[in-house]
Write a protein that binds this ligand. Structure first.
Ligand code: TLP
Length: 352
């Protein structure tokens, strides 16, 4: 049976070119700063993000963690969106390892926060009871907000508020290139106002592992130290960096295909009775789908899709997520829609 794996863009396999580059990668001991492939990737990443320096880490989760640790002190308060990945999906690492308190501000449907609400959430100094607000976390594209995008002016508006209060701004840019491609702007337009950012090689860009933490040299030095503390200092990791370099050279432009496929998927799903999604809100590669009670319990609906070969993720009470990626073609989208529509028809008939 053919399987349509729409659980995530993290399921993508390295390309043949990446595998070849990995096989011939020049390597050294990266903890000693001597891996030429890692050094090349870090320089490339810093340059592409318009920052002074970068450090390679194992994952997006590690990238967010070491960035947050490098920007804060124990007992500080970090402001992050209600739907943010750092709050939902990183095992509370910033609180566990950083002794930090996470304060939430509402994300709207595309992951934006209201700058006035952010302003109101910032602790004013002078009250002995209050923690210090030291860091604002943004996310672009926004995973739980259907891959929504923050524009350069959204980013600036939020950074201005934080900076006016002496705070730093961290950007979880796991999918920053999806945002840049969708907006047709260089990634630097989306990063120039933040103090630091993390982006991933292992999502739509298809590398097997790795994320880059970027910022000024001082910040990157602190993040590098935290990387060692959390056990992320790897040795001949140029084999992974080599794949990352190919990812940055060959896999960015093609993200537009994932976006077109996600839009087509959303348009098709919106036509299926009992499912709802707003296709106009799908700007990148992530589609959240609402399931009407008339289709029966959502877990049963998801199970039936899986039995027919359509794999999805983020199962909720009444919704699930589908993510297009390099292994999903336009024809796969048509076939997926055929399957989902059949499953929905059967589910609707069964629940009557
Ligand atoms: N997201 C994954 C899972 O939710 C874990 C996915 O399938 O989308 N920031 C954002 C915005 C992310 O979406 C993710 C991963 C991460 C950080 C963490 O990256 P990894 O998985 O490399 O630790």
């Amino acid at each position: 049976m053919k399987v349509y794996d729409l659980r995530s863009d993290t399921v993508t396999h390295p390309t043949e070119e990446m595998r070849a580059a990995m096989a011939r990668a020049e390597v050294g001991d990266d903890v000693m700063g001597e891996d030429p492939s890692v050094n090349q990737l870090e320089e490339m990443a810093a340059q592409m993000m318009g920052k002074e320096a970068a450090v390679l880490v194992a994952s997006g989760t590690m990238g967010n963690l070491v960035s947050i640790l490098a920007q804060t002190q124990r007992g500080d308060e970090v402001i992050a969106g209600t739907e943010s990945h750092v709050f939902w999906n990183e095992c509370g690492g910033a609180s566990v390892m950083g002794g930090l308190q996470l304060r939430q501000v509402a994300n709207d449907y595309r992951g934006m926060m209201d700058p006035d609400e952010v302003d109101r959430a910032i602790r004013r100094p002078g009250n002995i009871h209050f923690p210090r607000s030291s860091l604002l976390c943004l996310e672009n594209t926004h995973n739980r907000c259907s891959g929504g995008i923050l524009t350069p002016s959204d980013t600036k508006a939020l950074c201005d508020v934080a900076h006016a209060h002496g705070m730093q701004v961290h950007l979880d840019g796991a999918r920053i290139f999806n945002a840049a491609i969708a907006l047709e702007v260089p990634a630097t337009e989306l990063t120039k106002d933040v103090d630091d950012l993390t982006f991933c090689l292992s999502k739509g860009l298809s590398a097997p592992a790795g994320s880059l933490v970027c910022g000024d040299q001082d910040f990157v030095d602190r993040a590098r130290k935290w990387r060692k503390a959390v056990g992320g200092g790897m040795r001949q990791v140029g084999v992974l960096a080599a794949a990352g370099i190919v990812a940055l050279q060959t896999c960015i432009e093609r993200l537009a295909d994932d976006h077109a496929n996600a839009r087509k998927l959303a348009e098709g799903l919106a036509e299926i009775p009992g499912l709802s999604v707003e296709p106009d809100n799908i700007r990148t590669n992530i589609v959240f789908v609402e399931v009407d009670p008339s289709l029966g319990p959502t877990p049963d609906f998801i199970r039936r899709m899986v039995e027919e070969g359509v794999r999805v993720s983020y199962p909720g009470e009444r919704n699930f997520r589908m993510v297009t990626n390099r292994h999903i073609t336009s024809q796969d989208v048509d076939e997926t829609l055929g399957i989902v529509s059949r499953v929905a028809r059967v589910a609707a008939a069964a629940s009557h």
